[in-house]
Design a protein around this ligand. Structure first.
Ligand code: PLP
Length: 427
């Protein structure tokens, strides 16, 4: 009974990968976990202390989030993103940005949702769950896997129903490719979105992990049509705390905001109260926060660049990352060797690589590329973030991370990368 009429929602690829990894570890083999993309860093200390202090806070908060927190988040957007008009009224706080993105999509009875290929794994299943039409916006390695105005035009051309509203999810710096957009690129995208009347969910959850601290929000160029989502999961190393934020455009404060609040109140009610209290501490642009981010950025930039260069030298197409903690290596140049080895899809590539070397990557088809495209995501978070932060702080920001420190902090990543390049060389 109750096995009929179910929706088709597959278990996320990352969970399957975890299972495979566990099996491999049980056989005693060392596993290099480059598949799962979780921040390796501990949360900001002030936030952890506040969470402890407020552990007993048990009341529901307003659905939109605590007013003090919304004010802090708005202030953060004003200071860090230069969004001078951002106000607490426009901020929504929820249990993770994932559910906020879902709530935005759920606000429409019927919508067309533009999603880049490749893009983060959950956007398309969310849109499909809601019965929306999904339109893939194709991107290419040569364009750093970035969405272009031409690609938007092309995707809009295939739109079935001109009357349904159009949403686009834009993610930068991006998962899975670790690339941001330049100011000029964002300006051009804003014009295209304006022309097509597209409401954009600008997923900027990795914005503060732009490796040079130069993230530009889409809302700078498209304030009237950008919903900027973020939260504590990435820059504050607190994915499991489940705290996300959405900044709505001023113009969407009426019916649209009420609809979102209605969805929130009928589903999750509010983000956990102690976590909201902790977030009030996290969302302060003070010396501690800036120091914490500066060390994370330099560590991520260093290992991300090193890995990209190693892979490039091994004949893999990959860009140096500009943000977040991902690379999206494209192994197409190795297609002949892979096929000779009986490998014909990104799934097979990752399964064989894991079995042969212990290196776990996430297959590229999970992100919306065709299964036969030999791409995969590499998350460079296989190091002890607490120790790395400590070592980086001891060295200080004035001095670069020397070779000895680099080798000590990233030992496992370096060994995993070598296994991968040796495996490729032997194809
Ligand atoms: N957006 C992207 C691109 C992500 O990679 C993730 C988490 O992996 C999320 C959103 C979800 O973040 P949250 O923990 O705020 O729900």
């Amino acid at each position: 009974m109750w096995h009929e009429g179910l929706r088709s929602v597959e278990k996320s690829q990352t969970l399957l990968l975890n299972e495979q990894q566990r099996q491999q570890e049980n056989t005693g083999q060392e596993v290099f976990k480059f598949g799962f993309g979780q921040s390796p860093f501990p949360p900001l200390e002030a936030a952890t202390a506040a969470l402890r202090t407020h552990a007993a806070a048990k009341e529901y908060t307003p659905v939109q989030g605590l007013p003090e927190l919304r004010e802090r988040v708005a202030q953060f957007h004003r200071t860090v993103d230069g969004l001078d008009d951002a106000s607490a009224d426009q901020v929504l706080v929820g249990p993770g940005s994932k559910i906020l993105i879902y709530a935005v999509m759920a606000a429409f009875e019927k919508a067309s949702v533009l999603i880049a290929a490749p893009a983060w794994v959950s956007y398309a299943p969310q849109a499909r769950l809601l019965g929306h039409e999904t339109l893939r916006v194709n991107t290419r390695f040569e364009q750093r896997w970035r969405v272009t105005p031409e690609a938007i035009d092309e995707a809009m051309h295939g739109k079935a129903d001109r009357r349904t509203p159009t949403l686009m999810i834009l993610n930068h710096p991006g998962n899975p490719e670790g690339q941001g957009y330049t100011d000029a690129e964002l300006q051009a995208l804003a014009e295209a979105c304006r022309r097509h009347r597209i409401l954009v969910v600008s997923d900027e959850i990795y914005g503060l992990l732009n490796h040079t601290g130069t993230h530009v929000s889409l809302a700078r160029h498209y304030p009237e049509g950008s919903i900027v989502t973020s939260g504590l999961s990435k820059w504050c190393g607190a994915g499991g705390w489940r705290l996300g934020t959405a900044l709505l455009p001023q113009a969407l404060q009426g019916n649209f905001k009420e609809t979102l609040l209605g969805i929130a109140s009928e589903t999750y009610s509010c983000a956990a109260t102690p976590v909201q209290r902790a977030a009030i501490e996290a969302y302060q642009w003070n010396a501690d926060t800036q120091d914490y981010l500066a060390h994370q950025r330099r560590l991520l930039a260093r290992i991300g660049t090193w890995l990209a260069d190693e892979l490039s030298a091994a004949g893999v197409q990959v860009h140096r990352p500009t943000g977040a903690f991902y690379l999206y290596p494209d192994f197409s140049a190795k297609a002949e060797g892979l096929q000779r080895a009986g490998i014909h899809s990104s799934q097979q590539l990752c399964a064989r690589l894991l079995a042969d070397t212990g290196v776990a990557l996430l297959p590229g088809d999970a992100f919306g590329l065709p299964p036969e495209h030999f791409a995969a995501r590499l998350a460079y978070v296989e190091f002890d973030g607490r120790e790395a932060l400590k070592a980086s702080r001891e060295i200080g920001l004035q001095r670069p991370l020397d070779e000895a420190a680099f080798a000590a902090i990233f030992d496992k990543t370096i060994r995993g990368a070598r296994r991968l390049t040796q495996w490729l060389a032997a194809l």
